[in-house]
Design a protein around this ligand. Structure first.
Ligand code: CA
Length: 243
């Protein structure tokens, strides 16, 4: 009854976990903390749920029937830049996930305390993710890189006249790199500008977004021309046709 238009709607959280009892316990803590909690129990349906629900946070169990958590993470990352917290059963699994770089933002080992999960979710949602594109005072003209055109005002990207659909994070990374096309930026510098400096997750999450960006721009992952890997540093915008 006391819904005021000043109060933002509660953040949506999707729990993807096949152990229903565990999911329910976690969910009850999150509901008590004021979140809008949804559940999925197996891989393929959970990707669809993530697409439909567009949650702010996903808690994702690694061991799922149908499609494992790594693949769910990989698929969700192609269309969403929500915060993904992986629930892992063992420490060595966490190492493996980080090594594979599927795009999870953080990891928490089982058994975990639901309070700890709630604390992490709270921390993540408190952190603003301002886009540096607006309000920077810089001229925001369209930028052309070979067949790729970037419109920073409309936040649109075109490849050979065809508009491509990027997540906010993908666009922000492309924006940061293309704004200073001669600069090689470290993953940490990219994170500082796209996520912001308080972000504490794994730097290699950048690789996953760059990988998805390359695919969407039609860049060859083995011989990219737009998003160049600068060994030992990070990434730089390529200038096709001018080198
Ligand atoms: Ca499981």
């Amino acid at each position: 009854m006391v819904t005021s238009s000043d109060v933002p709607p509660p953040a949506r959280i999707l729990i993807i976990e096949d152990e229903r009892a565990l999911a329910q316990v976690l969910g009850s803590y999150l509901v008590k903390a004021g979140y809008d909690v949804h559940y999925a129990t197996e891989g393929p349906a959970s990707v669809a749920a993530a697409r439909d629900l567009d949650p702010e946070v996903i808690l994702l169990d690694l061991g799922l029937p149908g499609l494992d958590g790594l693949e769910v993470c990989r698929q969700v990352r192609t269309f969403s830049d929500c915060y993904i917290l992986m629930l892992t059963a063992r420490d060595d699994e966490t190492d493996r996930i980080i090594g594979l770089g599927v795009g999870a933002d953080d990891y928490i080992g089982k058994p975990f305390s639901p309070r700890e999960v709630v604390a992490r979710v709270n921390a993540v949602l408190r952190r603003p993710r301002p886009s540096k594109t607006s309000g920077s005072g810089e001229p925001a003209e369209e930028r052309d890189f070979g067949d790729v055109r970037i419109d920073p005002v409309a936040r649109e990207v075109w490849v050979r006249g065809r508009k491509v659909s990027l997540t906010r994070t993908e666009f922000d990374i492309l924006d940061v790199l293309s704004r200073q096309p001669k600069a090689a930026l470290t993953r940490r510098q990219i994170i500082d500008q796209v996520w912001n400096a308080e972000w504490v997750g794994d730097d290699h999450v950048v690789n996953v977004h760059v990988g998805n960006l390359r695919r969407k721009l039609g860049d060859d992952p083995n011989e990219p021309v737009y998003l160049l890997t600068i060994r030992g540093i990070g990434y730089r915008m390529g200038l096709p046709g001018s080198h």
